[in-house]
Design a protein around this ligand. Sequence first.
Ligand SMILES: Cc1ncc(COP(=O)(O)O)c(C=O)c1O
Length: 463
Amino acid sequence: MRHNHSERDLSGDVDVNPLFARPGELRSRPRTRLPDAPMLPETAYQLVHDEAMLDGNARLNLATFVGTWMDSQARKLYLEAFDKNMIDKDEYPSTAAIEERCWRILADLWHAPDQDRAIGCSTIGSSEACMLGGLAFKRRWQEARRAAGKPADRPNLVMSSAVQVVWEKFCNYWDVEPRYVPITEEHKTLDGADLKSHVDENTIGVVSILGVTYTGMYEPVLEVSRALDEIQRDTGLDIPIHVDGASGAMVAPFLQPTLEWDFRVPRVASINTSGHKYGLVNPGLGWVLWRDRDLLPESLVFKVSYLGGEMPTFGLNFSRPAAQVLVQYFQFLRLGRLGYHEVQKASHDVARYLADRISAMDCFDLWNDASDIPVFAWRKAAGHNPNWTLYDVSDRLRMKGWLVPAYPMPDNLSDTVVQRVVIRNGMSMDLAANLMRDLQDSVDYLDRLKEPLPDVERSVFHH
Ligand SMILES: Cc1ncc(COP(=O)(O)O)c(C=O)c1O
């Protein structure tokens, strides 16, 4: 056994603090090899707990979209159900029924023209949900092409250059050519301009993002749909839209109810959201819905046993936690439309307050103003003190416990660095006022520098 008292370099054994001072208590454990012998659960717990303690504080993590606050009753439900497997529909029929109730609630919330024709399922998050939406596009396009005796080997998917990485993954994993429409200063989102030059007979669909990850801005789904209507008139191509509403699909119904982005737009075939973002559930839950079951090719659906019969399933995983689905239903019951409105409005008010305060600072210019989801980004004002960058602001804030990432915009805007905050349930006005104080202190400190901070190579923030 290697003792690392002299090394202290985190490459040797894990040092066991003899906290419980029991005779014979071990002093170290191998770090990257399964230990030979068991240890007391209290000691193992303390070791893991102490190391995890070094993570950032989740509530102060303004980089993530993922929920970090829940009622204690939701936590209780979660603990009661953490051992249930979502795939065991036959063994946990009540949970399976609740899952169906949840996606039906979403079908109604997103204005499916006929709730009984809609179809949906839960997933581990929006990533899996996006993959399923993309797969349905690809299979439907292939089946239609083959039926027409045309080649079906070069599918492409059209989307903004600011899509979340899952769409790059989808194209990479399933051999689909990604066609990115670059965002620019004039077109900060995919808004239908220039779509014509990106689509053709091999286009399986267009992705519209409701809540662009980089900035929180909504893409105008209706305008994209109108541009596709025009393309259809000119070329006969009937190209469907998938709305990636990872965040916005759980915000827009409550804060911008008249905005038409969902199944009210006939061209929208499918929508995904993350239950674990503004759906207000802890990590591990997404949803995907199709406006009509005919849009989900039968050839993608598998059957599992359920109440002596069979139940259709569509998913990339087999085993998956079920507790989040129960927590989602809890949130739907507990909050209702009004409660969701209140929660999202509170986050929105905080985001708008921060955006106002930050726009009033000479050193920053807003990229957007949090009028869509409670998320916004800003950049450094041109010509302001060259001794520091937004990466330095990020570092200073980290010293106070706040995680506020800085990162470059996508490809053809990659010279533009922005900083972004995601305001979620649990970020009170009071905490926001503290953040503003710490941001102002950080800038005051940086503005007092006598010379530029060294420019170091940084690991890039991933969306
Ligand atoms: C627009 C968008 N799509 C997809 C995802 C992936 O979602 P998840 O983390 O739920 O897998 C994200 C995550 O931030 C997102 O912002």
